[in-house]
Write a protein that binds this ligand. Structure first.
Ligand SMILES: Nc1ncnc2c1ncn2[C@@H]1O[C@H](COP(=O)(O)OP(=O)(O)OP(=O)(O)O)[C@@H](O)[C@H]1O
Length: 807
């Protein structure tokens, strides 16, 4: 027993002294690192990551992901950012901007010894979910040996679930809308010590679609923090910088002096193809490039769906994919993963895929619809020729768009040349599309929606030097899409084209009040109906003559007296809100409803000749019994409950008299209490005071909670310090003996591990093929394994990560 106890004591002594030495070495390393950052000359040209003053966890993360040499933007931006400067970074697409901000984020928090108790340290904003996911993946890989907790906040999951996790996060990668929602509503989200705000694709985020959201996010953050903005098309808009309170920012624009704004390895061409021939040209292109990986950009989700669906029917002989903002989040993730992994494929996409996405080895970028401006062009073509790889881009232009677009591109230093389509290669799919639309009403319907959304997208474009709606041959376009005629479209007068980037949202308004009765070509249509007669949007929809495809079907639904029986409500699907013109509602006609008689006669005509009955329950709206199912319903008390209503809540006064919760006050009483305006003022003053009080109480409560939290933290720290002091006292008594002591005192260089609280962020168990680190010892092998982030396959994987990144 005695020797065993002695050896146990020896082991403990060894462990204790080893811990103390490690801690001391950690502190020494931190102060050396801080000194190296202070001494760093930000103007010095740095080639390799190993020359930068980086912590061991970041250096190991970079090594594990095979990043050795810095790109230009990394070399110029990282040094300044490490020193805490605000950065305005601009560099061509695919030039490595992501690492240029992720490395400083990890390093600056590391040097501050950030822990889970310090709350949110850095926020990385992305304009799209896909880009946020991509940034998060790079963060996981490069930050794998750090102990920070990192989360992805992109919506698509219940707010509540996200809320529970966010309180513990140090770094968040997020889309602006969802982040603001959390900042507003998640009490656990601690931003007091916040350090760094990053905006990738900053010009897009600062664009009008996000302006207010970003302002509100910044309101939630403490004034003192570092800000970094990155994009391939950065602007130095003073107003934006002022809003972000950038302090003397370092403008790092590495390619500003370059001859071209796009990568040198990118070949860029355009073809002039009249609008009605675009689909043929695209089809011919795809057919002649079956062994390529291609991204095709279109102007709207509906265009994407129509082209994808119709080409799928035509079976070009290459896998097709499609991506747009209205798809469910899980589906979008699957598609980006599939396209990333594909060798040969065509991805039809909206501009949701234009910025930042890093699909490997894309051969071609085709812009089937003209981009809204040169910046969008640059971002779209940037999906190919990334990081020193080659790539090709082709822009399709209608003759009316050629002059204006070329002028824009020239101004932005985009080198582009015209090429012609070989006539013998051009195949026409017009007849096939017409046949398909004839046989498949769904496709025809999709085509109509695509046509409308395309025309509207041209209409809302700001740059009228490029986009000339009246010069487009819309009838021919409709026919080239297989449609029997061009659907008529209504436009709002005086459209604020500045908001065109939110075109899809805007389109919902286009068919509402204040419409201009122009047709698709912008021509005025005479008003058929009496001005004074109230017409609903359904009336207007059925009056349209040129909806030939649907006309037969719909005309059957219109009653002689002009009332209508609505078609299938589900038809609108995901675009329901945008397709108000095509929308329909399922209605049951009941007593008091103008359509009752018609409904009755309809049911009389039906197969089973069932007569319509009406039942009134508890004075509620009459329930119409016009089917067997509804007849059965009458026999089930349980089912009838839902028609009974919920009852009225009453409150009783001291005398036992029942009152409704809200009762109208007797007018004489009201008047007796004085002038209405005075009463209103008084009421407002009282309510303001009450709200102010409640607000103060809330704030006090929050302060109290913070105080408690801080105290708990201090207590923990005190306990830790006591423990250390105790350990140190004990250590003085323990002599180092034999080989063990040797290995502790001067032992093999072990990478400095983050503190206990900072243990590694990623949690996947998978071994990644990117794991190149030699394994020196068993314990290291174990460390690498737990640190390896492994591949992400689904959104669930990511969400699990977001919840579990604490070491
Ligand atoms: N130092 C580096 N060494 C090797 N490859 C790198 C380096 N930095 C970045 N890359 C690679 O270059 C590619 C492009 O990087 P990244 O996505 O950061 O570009 P970007 O400048 O943000 O592009 P965009 O403007 O389109 O958003 C990525 O595949 C990335 O892995």
């Amino acid at each position: 027993m005695a020797p065993a106890r002695a050896s146990h004591g020896k082991q403990k002594a060894h462990n204790d002294s080893s811990r103390i030495l490690k801690r001391k070495r950690g502190q020494d390393e931190l102060s050396t690192l801080a000194q190296r950052v202070d001494d760093l000359d930000p103007k010095a040209s740095i080639k390799n990551f190993s020359e930068l003053p980086l912590s061991e966890p970041t250096a190991s993360g970079l090594e594990a992901t095979h990043y050795k040499t810095l790109t230009d933007i990394q070399s110029r931006a990282i040094s300044h950012a490490l020193k805490g400067r605000d950065i305005l970074g601009a560099a061509k697409t695919g030039s490595g901007k992501t690492l240029a901000f992720l490395v400083p984020v990890l390093e600056n928090l590391y040097r501050k010894q950030w822990t889970e108790y310090d709350g949110l340290g850095a926020l990385i904003l992305s304009p799209t979910r896909e880009l946020a996911v991509q940034i998060f993946e790079v963060l996981r890989k490069v930050g794998r040996y750090h102990g920070f907790s990192a989360g992805l906040v992109i919506g698509g999951k219940s707010l509540r679930e996200e809320q529970e996790r966010l309180g513990r996060m140090n770094i968040l990668v997020c889309t602006p809308g969802r982040m603001l929602q959390h900042l507003d509503q998640t009490a656990m989200l601690e931003t007091h010590n916040f350090q760094m705000l990053v905006m990738d694709e900053a010009d897009r985020i600062m664009d009008m679609g996000f302006q207010k959201t970003v302002d509100a996010i910044i309101d939630h953050l403490p004034k003192e923090h570092q800000t970094m903005l990155f994009s391939a098309t950065q602007t130095k808009k003073v107003s934006d910088l002022a809003r972000l309170s950038l302090k003397d920012p370092e403008y790092v624009a590495v390619h500003e002096a370059a001859a071209a704004a796009t990568p040198a390895t990118l070949q860029q061409h355009y073809v002039v193809t009249p609008l009605p021939q675009k689909l043929d040209t695209l089809w011919s292109f795809i057919r002649s490039n079956l062994k390529s990986k291609t991204v095709v950009f279109l102007s709207s989700g509906k265009q994407v769906r129509f082209v994808y669906e119709s080409f799928r029917h035509l079976q070009p002989g290459i896998p097709l994919l499609h991506l747009h903002g209205k798809q469910k989040q899980g589906g979008r993730m699957d598609i980006t993963t599939k396209f990333s992994q594909a060798q040969h494929s065509v991805l039809f996409a909206t501009d949701v895929a234009a910025r930042g996405l890093d699909f490997p080895a894309v051969d071609w970028v085709i812009q089937m619809d003209c981009p809204e401006d040169a910046d969008t062009y640059i971002h779209r073509v940037g999906r190919t020729a990334r990081y020193e790889q080659v790539g090709r881009a082709v822009l399709f232009l209608d003759p009316s768009e050629e002059k204006g677009m070329l002028k824009q591109l020239e101004q932005k230093k985009v080198p582009i040349e015209r090429i012609n389509i070989k006539a013998n290669k051009q195949q026409s799919i017009k007849n096939q599309l017409q046949n398909m639309c004839f046989k498949d009403p769904e496709l025809k319907y999709l085509g109509q929606k695509a046509f409308i959304s395309y025309v509207k997208s041209v209409y809302v474009q700001k740059d009228k030097e490029i986009f000339h709606l009246k010069e487009l041959s819309l009838e021919d376009l409709a026919s080239s899409m297989g449609l029997p005629g061009a659907p008529r479209i209504k436009f709002i007068k005086g459209d604020d084209t500045k908001e065109r980037k939110n075109a899809s949202r805007k389109m919902t308004q286009l068919s509402s009040d204040g419409e201009d009765d122009s047709d698709a070509g912008g021509q005025k249509k005479p008003k058929k109906n009496d001005e004074n007669q109230v017409r609903t949007r359904y009336d207007r929809m059925f009056e349209r003559r040129n909806q030939d495809v649907l006309a037969d079907h719909y005309s059957k639904l219109i009653n002689d007296d002009g009332t209508m029986v609505a078609p299938d409500a589900d038809k609108g699907g995901e675009d329901a809100d945008e397709d108000a013109d095509f929308l329909s509602v399922k209605r049951r006609f009941a007593a008091g409803d103008a359509g009752l008689d018609q409904a009755k006669s309809d049911s009389d005509d039906s197969d089973d000749q069932r007569a319509t009955k009406m039942v009134q329950i508890d004075g509620k709206e009459p329930l119409v019994i016009d089917s067997k199912r509804r007849e059965k319903l009458l026999k089930s008390k349980k089912k009838l409950l839902k028609f009974k209503g919920k009852g009225t809540k009453l409150i009783y006064d001291d005398e036992g008299n029942a009152h409704e919760v809200y009762e109208m006050e007797d007018e004489d009483h009201f008047k007796a209490r004085g002038d209405a305006d005075v009463q209103r003022e008084r009421f407002l003053a009282e309510e303001t005071e009450r709200t102010r009080h409640a607000d103060l109480e809330d704030k006090e409560l929050a302060r109290e909670k913070r105080r408690e939290k801080k105290e708990k933290r201090r207590a923990r720290e005190r306990a830790l310090a006591d423990e250390e002091a105790e350990e140190e006292r004990g250590a003085q008594l323990l002599p180092f003996v034999g080989d063990d002591a040797e290995s502790v005192a001067s032992g093999p260089e072990e990478p400095t591990r983050p503190s206990k609280k900072q243990r590694v962020s990623a949690e996947s168990d998978d071994e990644s093929e990117e794991e190149p680190r030699p394994r020196k010892s068993k314990s290291k092998a174990k460390k690498s394994k737990s640190a390896d982030p492994g591949p992400i396959e689904t959104l669930q994987d990511l969400e699990a990560l977001a919840s579990g990144l604490l070491g």
